[in-house]
Design a protein around this ligand. Structure first.
Ligand SMILES: [Zn+2]
Length: 229
């Protein structure tokens, strides 16, 4: 595939703004407020409240929440949400605290980090891969830490644009990189299952920082490494 060079803030993936008669390219999206953890969101997940809410939804759609097949569903959904949203109670940037001095001054890129996140507009999953790269500024971080950051940022109610920017922000802030590049490709089930019902579409967002934004040569280099198949 070929990546375009839009940054996340310029991209157009707001699944909620699509409709049947609207060209996909006309959808607009403004990145919404950060969902970094707040003191309020640090309280543990209230699973019994989720269970009660799921029972209400089941009854509201015309089901009998008390029938055999649905008896355990509220508890299952509560456990699933606890897992899917576990990143709300974590600070993913902590994985970037431990760095190592290193003279290496070329690109570090971890490609194809798989993730599943939850679209905050429909509470339906979007799944795909993230490519996370940076140009060190005297210090490097363990490669697996980049995957951990992606994993935890994904485990929140998300929009792909903000997820992309959040990971890039953390790289810049915590590593003091000369450049950071995050590209995320994913399929949104809210686009596949409802609304325009276009399965197989891939949404690509990118956030390029520092030298990857200012130097065309550096930008071309990292994007060619990301695109290499
Ligand atoms: Zn959605």
């Amino acid at each position: 595939m070929t990546l375009d060079l839009m940054t996340a803030s310029e991209s157009i993936t707001d699944c909620d703004s699509y409709s049947f008669d609207e060209p996909l390219t006309e959808a607009s999206h403004a990145a919404e407020s950060s969902n970094r953890p707040t003191s309020n969101s640090r309280r543990p997940v209230d699973k019994s409240a989720i269970e009660a809410a799921v029972r209400v939804i089941l009854e509201a759609v015309g089901e009998n929440a008390a029938r055999d097949g649905l008896l355990d569903t509220p508890a299952r959904v509560a456990r699933m949400y606890e897992e899917m949203f576990s990143g709300l109670h974590l600070d993913p940037a902590r994985h970037l605290e431990t760095t190592f001095p290193e003279d290496y001054d070329e690109i570090v890129l971890v490609r194809d980090i798989p993730f599943t996140s939850m679209c905050e507009h429909h509470l339906l999953p979007f799944t795909g891969v993230a490519h996370v790269g940076y140009l060190p500024n005297g210090r490097v971080v363990g490669l697996s830490k980049l995957a951990r950051v992606v994993e935890e940022v994904a485990r929140r109610p998300q929009v792909q644009e903000r997820m992309t920017q959040t990971v890039a922000d953390m790289l810049e802030d915590k590593l003091g990189t000369k450049g950071a590049a995050v590209v995320i490709e994913s399929e949104h089930s809210c686009m596949a299952l409802r609304g325009v019902r276009k399965s197989g579409t891939l949404t690509v967002t990118s956030s390029l920082r520092g030298i990857f934004r200012t130097s065309p040569a550096s930008r071309a280099e990292i994007l060619s490494l990301i695109n290499r198949r």
